[in-house]
Ligand binder design. Structure first.
Ligand SMILES: Cc1cc2nc3c(=O)[nH]c(=O)nc-3n(C[C@H](O)[C@H](O)[C@H](O)COP(=O)(O)O)c2cc1C
Length: 196
């Protein structure tokens, strides 16, 4: 249940393709964040949010939204105090569904910290993280340096399809705790900027 005394953390599952590994990683980091206990945690699955390719006629900084899906997405992002983006690396960059969901909004993202969890092959999605950071900064988010990088993600997955379970090693787990600590430290500071 939501604790009104705790800030709200959205874990955004960025991959939307059927059979994705990302939803298992997102479920794991959401559970880890629940145990960490600094936040009220919500898992936001972009496959369920199901935004079309950006289709608003006006620049989102004007907040003149014309579609119900944008109003809903705006209300979802607005209620978060911090984010964890769980992103795959596609062709040495962030995947299109994540970038598309970000591009829909402006003010709703501002002055909130963002942790990044990436996964992939040998590079563990590092290039997705690096390609995403300038976009987050442009929207006045604070992308943390404490990212969680998961190389060879399939080695940590058991089961079939989207019901696979992700089991981290101790290094990944420690990295996740460090990232959540940093989110918990920065979130109240940035809240002050939003209130101002
Ligand atoms: C379109 C596409 C491009 C990919 N490009 C990369 C890449 O550049 N680097 C990498 O490490 N893995 C790459 N992969 C492999 C992904 O890391 C792997 O398929 C992972 O499971 C994708 O995340 P998802 O299952 O959550 O969608 C690519 C996969 C797809 C489908």
């Amino acid at each position: 249940m939501a604790d009104p005394d705790k800030p709200t953390l959205h874990v955004i599952a960025g991959s939307t393709r059927p059979g994705r590994a990302g939803i298992a990683v997102a479920r794991w980091i959401a559970e880890h964040a629940e145990k960490h206990d600094a936040f009220t945690v919500e898992l936001v699955d972009l496959a369920e949010v199901a935004l079309p390719l950006f289709d608003e006629p006006h620049h989102p900084r004007l907040r003149r939204y014309t579609h119900e899906h944008t109003e809903r997405w705006s209300a979802t992002v607005e209620r978060a105090d911090a984010f964890v983006f769980v992103v795959p690396e596609y062709n040495h960059g962030v995947n299109a569904a994540t970038k598309n969901a970000i591009d829909y909004l402006v003010h709703e993202w501002a002055h909130k910290p963002a942790g990044l969890v990436s996964y992939g092959g040998v590079a563990g999605g590092t290039r997705a993280v690096q390609s995403l950071k300038p976009t987050l900064s442009a929207l006045k988010m604070l992308p943390l340096t404490e990212s969680v990088i998961i190389p060879f993600v399939t080695a940590f997955l058991d089961g079939e399809g989207e019901s696979r379970r992700f089991t981290p090693n101790s290094e990944i787990e420690t990295g996740a705790t460090t990232m959540l600590d940093a989110l918990a430290r920065t979130s109240p500071v940035l809240r002050g900027l939003r209130d101002g």
